[in-house]
Ligand binder design. Structure first.
Ligand SMILES: [Zn+2]
Length: 159
């Protein structure tokens, strides 16, 4: 299987920012995730945050699992504007998705959300979750050059 190029990763991360902005417009938290096919161009699914237990990535994994096979998903890439939490990283692992690309680290999100009751951000690198598994998941991120674009929808959102 091939991996996305840096330009492809940046372009798709910019799409997750749009999905996150759409979620925010509908009163949800500004998190967005997309699933891209093995050609690294075709967007198969888009998902914004729904609520505390239905994060953008975990929900996208459930929809992906319902529509595609694990063998197919192994060649797909999940993009998300922020590093997946433990629940979402676990969902990526169990759904068989081969590659995960995130824009900003969960630690940086924690800086932004603070002790917000709505989003009590954890501090656990997704690589720790994947490293504990038996199946390899390729991980890319963070992308500091996109930080300002990604956090624009988060500034003053959590305070
Ligand atoms: Zn999550």
């Amino acid at each position: 299987m091939s991996l996305p190029t840096n330009d492809q990763m940046v372009a798709h991360l910019r799409q997750t920012i749009k999905v996150a902005a759409r979620a925010k417009k509908f009163g949800r938290h500004p998190f967005g995730s997309i699933l891209v096919d093995a050609d690294h161009e075709t967007v198969l699914l888009e998902q914004g945050n729904i609520d505390t237990l239905h994060h953008a990535e975990s929900t996208l994994c459930h929809v992906a699992w319902t529509n595609f096979s694990p063998e197919y998903l192994a060649k797909c890439t999940l993009y998300t504007n922020f590093e997946p939490c433990v629940m979402c990283a676990g969902s990526c692992y169990w759904s068989g998705i081969g590659t995960v690309v995130y824009g900003i680290s969960e630690d940086r999100l924690l800086d932004l959300t603070g002790n917000s009751q709505e989003n009590p951000t954890m501090s656990m690198p997704c690589r720790n979750v994947f490293d504990a598994g038996q199946r390899k998941v390729n991980v890319f991120g963070p992308f500091p050059q996109l930080e300002q674009e990604i956090i624009a929808d988060h500034l003053e959102f959590w305070t």
